[in-house]
Design a protein around this ligand. Structure first.
Ligand code: TXA
Ligand code: MG
Length: 322
């Protein structure tokens, strides 16, 4: 049995030092026992992820935060109490129980209590921490279904837990609380506006790559098709121009803005940011499945969830590193 909803089996697999993929409210994670360095090493091997890129440790109860992080500042507790369980990752000073391979040797660790019922059930039954990156091959689009995980990792994952859909559809927001001032290292499911309201101070976005973070590489979250960002009013003209060069082109556009010529494939995007976030990765995968060479899309307004959507689209459109 390779896939299903058997929590006790998933726990056995984790205890044996093997890998379990599991749904979270953001994307599917590829999990291993966070305190078993050999098991965590298997994550890097399965993903083709270079060692040194730190992983997030997931656990079940907000109250256990102190078991995984030390010197937890008041601001971290405030965020944890307001947004956990949920799509927020806090970077804090790590407790010694977390092996070096999880943090890439950093003295800090990313911690998250997910809200997805299946993730929660798994973490509760396991009892410990589960180190888990997104369950995709390095650099590729994160999976939002069990079938996506199967396609990305195949036999490299011992068991795929199935469950309700990933409601958010984009990765968690990462907030660094290990420096003097809080900062967002990766925009995600919890908005900058919501963070600032709870912390009663500005929380700037710092995706400049000073902290080692693959989510901060220029090209990441990328499908095979070339992603081209264009201003909305020029979508139709640019699509026609690329098509004239012999490329198979798709255009992503909210239905009411669809002005593309009839011979160009338009894939309708939902117009609320919440809906768009939920379907974005599935749409990029569908574009690859249909064999398009290029996909044209314009950035949404960068407020609320739009900030995370624009961040992922920019990275999908970034220069390819291999
Ligand atoms: O929504 C999510 O966060 C999903 C689900 C599975 O929880 N996980 C996820 O993991 O997106 P991953 O490994 O694909 O991205 C985690 C990001 C990476 O960019 C990593 O470098 C960063 O978190 N990160 C982890 N620990 C860090 C640390 N100590 N300092 C700075 N960045 C860190
Ligand atoms: Mg990832």
């Amino acid at each position: 049995m390779h896939q299903g909803h058997d929590i006790p089996h998933a726990v056995e697999v984790l205890r044996a030092g093997s890998l379990v993929a599991f749904p979270t409210e953001t994307v599917y994670g590829l999990g291993a026992d966070a305190e078993n360095a050999t098991a965590v090493y298997r994550i890097f091997a399965a993903k083709g992820r270079p060692l040194g890129h730190p992983l997030i440790v997931h656990f079940a109860e907000v109250a256990s935060l102190g078991a995984w992080a030390k010197d937890v500042p008041g601001l971290a507790w405030r965020l944890a109490e307001r947004f956990w369980p949920g799509p927020l990752t806090l970077i804090l000073r790590r407790q010694v129980r977390i092996p070096d391979i999880v943090t890439g040797g950093l003295e800090t660790v990313g911690l998250r209590v997910p809200s997805h019922p299946t993730a929660r059930a798994l973490l509760r039954a396991f009892g410990g921490g589960v180190a888990a990156p997104s369950a995709n091959r390095f650099g590729r689009v994160s999976p939002t279904t069990a079938a996506d995980v199967q396609e990305e990792l195949g036999p490299a994952v011992q068991y795929i837990l199935t469950g309700d859909p990933c409601e958010v559809g984009l990765e968690s927001t990462i907030v660094n609380l290990s420096a003097a001032e809080p900062a967002i290292l990766r925009p995600g499911g919890v908005t900058q506006e919501a963070l600032q309201e709870v912390l009663e101070r500005p929380v700037p976005v710092r995706t400049d790559g000073r902290v080692r973070s693959p989510g901060q590489l220029a090209s990441h979250y990328a499908p095979r098709a070339r992603v081209v960002l264009v201003p909305a009013p020029t979508l139709a003209a640019q699509a026609a121009a690329l098509q004239a060069q012999g490329l198979r082109v798709a255009v992503l556009t909210p239905p009411e803005q669809n002005t593309v010529p009839p011979d160009v494939t338009a894939l309708a995007l939902p117009d609320t940011p919440e809906e768009l976030a939920r379907v974005l990765y599935a749409t990029l995968r569908e574009i690859d499945r249909q064999g398009f060479d290029a996909v044209l899309v314009s950035l949404p307004p960068e407020a609320g969830l739009g900030l995370a959507i624009a961040d992922r689209l920019r990275r999908a459109a970034g220069p390819r590193h291999a």
